[in-house]
Design a protein around this ligand. Structure first.
Ligand code: SF4
Length: 192
């Protein structure tokens, strides 16, 4: 069986510091103003949970899910979005004409349009690093060591073991896209 590269975010360890977003900006030379969330490849969603005094923040970094069944790939009229055999969904910029059809079909709203360059942009799992045997830059830079990267098809990989152990979940499973990004939920808070 071929590899299926995926990523797991441990919500127990994520502190919402956005080091992953900064890492992504650096690695992709993204100089758009920070405040323009629609120009970032990774997005943070912070939701308060519970009620006083038992409140906690739920941090949910979002990025391209590198779906096993990616509607963006099927929708692109120029074949500019490609599903690699090892999992990542990548863009061939030379083919992209900025039509933005893919933006409308992505159920996760993680593709954005770069007006200056007339191309779409999104997370590409740092394939230029993967192909050199390195991990995506967000994984390396995560302050809380909350991001795991590896082969979802290998039951012995660290990521597969954590997904099984922590009952990790995918976003919007009802869409039938089978995301390659998982989240392991925070453990229930202990009463003091
Ligand atoms: Fe495509 Fe959106 Fe799935 Fe990423 S999350 S592969 S952009 S459909």
């Amino acid at each position: 069986m071929s590899k299926r590269l995926g990523l797991l975010i441990d919500q127990e360890r994520c502190i919402g510091c956005e080091a992953c977003t900064v890492a992504c900006r650096i690695e992709n030379n993204n100089t758009a103003p920070w405040i323009l969330v629609e120009t970032q490849n990774t997005l943070q969603k912070d939701t308060p949970e519970g009620s006083f005094p038992e409140l906690r923040m739920n941090f949910l970094p979002r990025l391209c899910n590198h779906c096993a069944n990616p509607p963006c790939v099927d929708s692109c009229p120029r074949g500019a979005l490609i599903k690699r055999e090892d999992g990542p969904v990548v863009l061939d910029e030379g083919k992209c004409d900025g039509c933005q059809v893919c933006i409308g079909v992505c159920p996760y709203h993680v593709i954005h349009f770069n007006q200056d360059r007339n191309v779409i942009e999104k997370c590409h799992f740092c394939v230029h690093r993967i192909d050199q045997g390195l991990e995506p830059f967000c994984v390396v830079c995560c302050e809380g060591q909350a991001i795991y990267f590896g082969d979802l098809n290998d039951p012995k990989s660290e990521i597969s073991k954590i997904i099984a152990l922590r009952k990790a979940f995918q976003l919007k499973p009802e869409k039938g896209t089978n995301p390659s990004v998982y989240y392991s939920p925070p453990k229930p808070k202990r009463r003091l």
